[in-house]
Design a protein around this ligand. Structure first.
Ligand code: GLN
Length: 258
């Protein structure tokens, strides 16, 4: 990718694939750019909107089987958008979002539905739903361990040329063959992890941002999160000073008189 100083993010179909709050991934990416002084625009693209074709990042989230069949038809109607996902942008696709980018999805009644065919992967139903916390050793060394929660019936088998995002430490992950999770290509990162995954794993967010800005990004000084939590929880005598300090560190203006 060439170096860029302004990033645009296309949040695709949060009204359709929005069941698990994966739209929060856009918030995380945008805020981590702003904290570093990089301009960002988030385009929220609902089912009624024409998607912008020039975003550096596209995001797809998770949802129910019927919702993902709708999303597949919506995407298949937009070949130029599919070209951007396949050849130019970086896309993070979570759960149903990952499944729809594949070749096919078989529902629990045995009916096969086509995906958009950008990834050589197929999804078929497990006997039971995979629900719970998952830990994954990411195959991107700078990202390290990933955590998230998974909630899916589908098991996804990767074609021979596809690499997973990581190896499952606990949880189910793709749930087909051996214990791998997600998919990792030059342009698409797929995962079963919700959370939103980028809120729980800022190193993965920064990996995506480094790819699209074309440079490694400086670390962000984060507030003392336990102190922030404690000040929100309040309680008798709890000082609001840590919260004020944290908000100042994050470049936020105080909402109450100090
Ligand atoms: N409907 C899909 C499944 O159950 C995806 C679920 C999800 O996005 N969490 O496998």
């Amino acid at each position: 990718m060439t170096a860029t100083c302004e990033v645009s993010i296309g949040l695709l179909l949060p009204d359709v694939l929005g069941t698990y709050s994966d739209a929060g991934n856009a918030t995380v990416l945008a805020q981590r750019l702003r904290w570093r002084g990089i301009a960002v625009t988030v385009h929220t693209v609902t089912a009624r909107d024409a998607p912008p074709l020039s975003c550096e990042i596209y995001l797809l989230g998770g949802g129910e089987d019927r919702a993902q069949q709708f999303a597949t038809r919506w995407l298949r109607d937009k070949p130029k958008l599919l070209d951007a996902l396949a050849e130019r942008a970086v896309t993070l696709a979570v759960c149903a979002g990952m499944q729809v980018l594949g070749e096919s999805m078989t529902d629990p009644d045995g009916r096969e539905h086509p995906g958009v065919g950008l990834l050589d992967l197929t999804t078929s139903p497990r006997r039971t739903r995979a629900i719970g916390e998952a830990v994954v050793q990411c195959n991107l060394p700078e990202v390290g361990m990933l955590t998230g929660f998974e909630n899916h019936r589908g098991a996804t088998a990767l074609g021979p040329g596809l690499a997973p995002l990581g190896e499952v430490v606990t949880g189910v992950g793709n749930g087909a063959e051996h214990a791998v999770e997600g998919v990792l290509t030059e342009h698409i990162i797929g995962t079963y992890l919700h959370g939103p995954v980028l809120a729980r794993n800022p190193a993965l967010a920064d990996h995506i941002l480094a790819r699209v800005t074309g440079r490694p990004l400086p670390p962000i000084e984060l507030p003392d999160l336990p102190a922030v939590r404690q000040s929100y929880l309040g309680g008798s005598g709890a000082s609001r000073r840590p919260l004020r300090r944290a908000r100042r560190a994050a470049g936020l203006r105080s909402s109450s008189p100090s």
